[in-house]
Design a protein around this ligand. Sequence first.
Ligand code: 2RA
Length: 347
Amino acid sequence: MVGATGAVGTVMLSLLDERPDIWGEIRLIASARSAGRRLRVRGEDVEVLTLAPEAFDGVDIAMFDVPDEISARWAPIAAAHGAVAVDNSGAFRMDPDVPLVVPEVNADAVADRPRGIIANPNCTTLSMIVALGALHRAFGLQSLVATSYQAASGAGQAGVDTLYAQLAAVAGDRDLGRNAGDVRKAVGADGLGPFPAPLALNVVPWAGSLKDGGWSSEETKIRNESRKILGLPGLKVSATCVRVPVVTTHAVAVHAWFARPVTADAARAVLRAAPGVAVLDDPAAGEFPTPADVVGTDPTWVGRVRQSLDDPHELALFVCGDNLRKGAALNTLQIAELLVSHDQVRR
Ligand code: 2RA
């Protein structure tokens, strides 16, 4: 496990305690700064090793949770040592020789990996794609409009620290949120952290970096990754990504158009039967998924399922998924488990 001490790595360690024991030796790898630390994995204290070529000697599966540039350099080195590299960065997701895998949607894609690398999708895509994959299989997806409500932890530990610091700065001040710029002043110019505007008492219509045409990288990832995972290169996708003052769990409001007409009841039946999906959809009882209620759980939660009033082919739904679990660590582990169950690692 490369990046064992990061935010996703920490979730990975706790998931390793919960998942079936398919593992032999678990080797923890991180930057030189963290090397030598001891972390608890499946009841054992394991020393963190420095990232170096020899750290991959004898490794069957190397899971990477590190920034793009580190993965770009080191995943091929792991593969050259005979490991299958399962990478959670953006470095390889759109490489045509690297499968982009969500086990509930396109498990078979793990077998075709000419570079010895398998990519894990971005957390925003992962928050909705398990539900959309199930609906696509049943009704034939044709186009998608998605608006995300992304948690601060998507921007890493700095995002979480910034949100808590801002919440502390504004807490209890009932004069705030009444005049333009008052929240910005309260959190201070150096209190914005990785966000371009205050997140406390606010929403910020931006996540990622600027791409052509004014789109953000998060928005183009939703489009490009959904197309690749679903095997729909012509899928029409329009996304708007918004950061909200939530610590962990991304939510997405989805409008999807299908080849066949789809009622809300039919969609709910498909979603209830889909692996990895949980349906919570009783608005009369106030029941629908919210990030604060589902954080720390594994499924993709779906609620507010509605057939469009104007188009029987259009469905509206609201999905929530823990961006650190299914959105990162869990999907990576599921890919590793899939490789083992398909007997696709060397012995
Ligand atoms: C975010 N999806 O939420 C990103 C992290 N990969 O910022």
